[in-house]
Design a protein around this ligand. Sequence first.
Ligand code: FAD
Ligand code: EPU
Length: 340
Amino acid sequence: MYTIQPQVSLQPFNTFGIQAIAQYFVTITSIGDVQQLIKTPLFGKERHLILGGGSNLLLTQDFNGLIIKNEIKGIEILKEIDDTITLKVGAGENWHTFVLHCVNQDWGGVENLSLIPGTVGAAPMQNIGAYGVEIKDIIDSVEVVNLQDGTVSNFTNYACNFGYRESIFKQSHRDKYLISSITLTLTKKNHRFNASYGSIMDVLRDKGIAEPSVKAISDAVVQIRRSKLPDPAHIGNAGSFFKNPSINTETLEHLKLDYPNIPSFPGEKGLKKISAAWLIEQCGWKGKTFNNIGVHQHQALVLVNYGGGSGKNIWQLAMDIQASVKEKFNIILQPEVNVI
Ligand code: FAD
Ligand code: EPU
């Protein structure tokens, strides 16, 4: 059973730490809750926003509608054979707590995605990725509740249309479904480690680890992330604010004439990904502060709220950054963060 509360502060519910008020706020803990909620007159007349851990959101104003905080929990073993295990995980589970659960059992597949904030249910939304792995590499299917009629169905991995920081849930199916659980298959042995990201190898080497393990990779990723990214418990942020742009080889070669050091990586569909952090740094933004907001000193892609910053001002800063990158490089940075 759930209670709809009026006028709730969203400050504790977003990692930017932005103060904004939700007109209505409800916490749901089961699919049944969602099916009941969508039949209420209030749901019918108010706009809604599904909220997980609020770690990929920028609130630029009060939310005049209903915030649905997802706390559907549970980890269920669907199938276990000699070398793999298939799990169904409630969308309201904390992602990193789930990763640690897997690491502690020596189940392989999610270790590169250690320490990403937020919930399991939001992970397919933007196909979370880090250190050479994306959730699309291990996900089997995504269970959803249709917010029009309450029916429950499953999207196969293919049907989710995953891409770099993209899925069908972020695009054409946005706001139509509540993701209620995900199903994924992990390895119990013969793990397929991905230590291709240079800094993982460096950390393992520094620690004298010759044979990687699920735990060693997870620990290395946690160490690297802690050295680069601000902890939202201390400095408000939502991770990378923009996506890394994808450009064709010709454009990259053209840019390299003026900027031979521009970092680039293989992208999707033969395109090249270039570092948004580098572009922002070249425009002089890295480490800049403007009253209580700014651009992080160690990672130019992370915008920060030092306390009391407004979502509007952070959005204005993002737009100023976007304009200067456009002017200098003729590249338009696309926000990764969901701006509300
Ligand atoms: P929220 O911010 O609550 O929601 C994000 C979006 O998903 C919203 O549009 C929301 O409506 C929708 N949504 C949430 N739950 C559901 C649901 N159950 N059903 C339907 N829609 C839903 N991301 C990466 O990919 N890689 C990283 O390495 C990474 N590092 C980060 C580091 C830091 C310090 C921070 C603060 C963020 C980082 N992120 C990273 C971004 C963020 O952690 C992920 O996008 C995460 O998956 C968001 O989860 P959340 O539960 O907080 O989602
Ligand atoms: N760089 C700079 N200046 C900086 C930071 C980085 O020039 O201030 C350059 C360096 O050349 C560095 C390169 O950019 O080698 C890449 O930097 P980093 O390894 O920190 O990764 P990123 O491309 O900035 C992406 C993801 C992160 C993810 C890391 C690790 C996006 C938008 N961001 O960041 O995801 O954790 O790789 O895989 O793809 C997020 O999505 O919120 C997020 C944090």
